[in-house]
Design a binder for this molecule. Structure first.
Ligand SMILES: Nc1ncnc2c1ncn2[C@@H]1O[C@H](COP(=O)(O)OP(=O)(O)O)[C@@H](O)[C@H]1O
Ligand SMILES: [Mg+2]
Length: 184
């Protein structure tokens, strides 16, 4: 099958990354996107940080606003999957209920939950945006893992741990799993 035929025939789905800030969601989502592109697919990334700058710029980080944030991301993802894209979502999505809601908004068998299970102490050491330092100093309220909850997935479809290696290695691992499960 040539590349454009592959894109035309690709099975659309949502690959939903969840995990703490600094866990590696965005890096791994982009690595997976590149892997899919190299293999001839047509993926896109919906990143929580981007969404919060635009579509959800009116929302904060209270529980209510986080729920609304995920509801909007799930609805946009649904629209994108309906036009045939492989949508890779990278957002903390700290509440189990909202992740379940996202799965239900999409066809349950076209939704893959990826838990980027990087422990808090590692995320906090990485702290690429200095947000943990600010949260610990009391300059940033409602920060997930510090003074806002993160509900770990009970049974994620894919469970990534730091021992799985670089974002590229994780992207490859996810790609292989999507292939072997017939999702793409
Ligand atoms: N698998 C990994 N192994 C080592 N470092 C990583 C890995 N994934 C991400 N990182 C690093 O961790 C930091 C946070 O990654 P990022 O993808 O921005 O996390 P998130 O989107 O979950 O907040 C970055 O500095 C990134 O380079
Ligand atoms: Mg990110």
């Amino acid at each position: 099958m040539n590349v454009s035929a592959k894109i035309a025939n690709q099975l659309a789905c949502a690959i939903w990354f969840t995990g703490l800030s600094g866990a590696g969601k965005s890096s791994t989502a982009n690595a997976l996107k590149h892997r899919l592109q190299i293999e001839g697919y047509n993926p896109c990334v919906l990143d929580g940080d981007d969404v919060r700058r635009g579509l959800c710029s009116d929302l904060g980080f209270s529980k209510e606003d986080r729920v609304e944030n995920i509801r909007r991301v799930a609805e946009v993802t649904r629209l994108m999957v309906e036009v045939g894209l492989i949508v890779i979502v990278a957002t903390i999505s700290p509440y189990r209920r909202e992740r379940t809601m996202a799965r239900e908004v999409l066809a349950p068998n076209r939704f893959v939950e990826v838990f980027v299970d990087t422990p808090l102490d590692i995320c906090e050491t990485r702290d690429p945006k200095g947000l943990y330092a600010k949260a610990r100093a009391g300059e940033l309220a409602d920060f997930t893992g510090v003074d806002a909850p993160y509900e770990r997935p009970d049974s994620p479809d894919i469970h990534l741990k730091p021992t799985d290696g670089s974002p590229d290695a994780c992207g490859r691992l996810i790609f292989n799993q999507l292939m072997s499960n017939g999702l793409i």
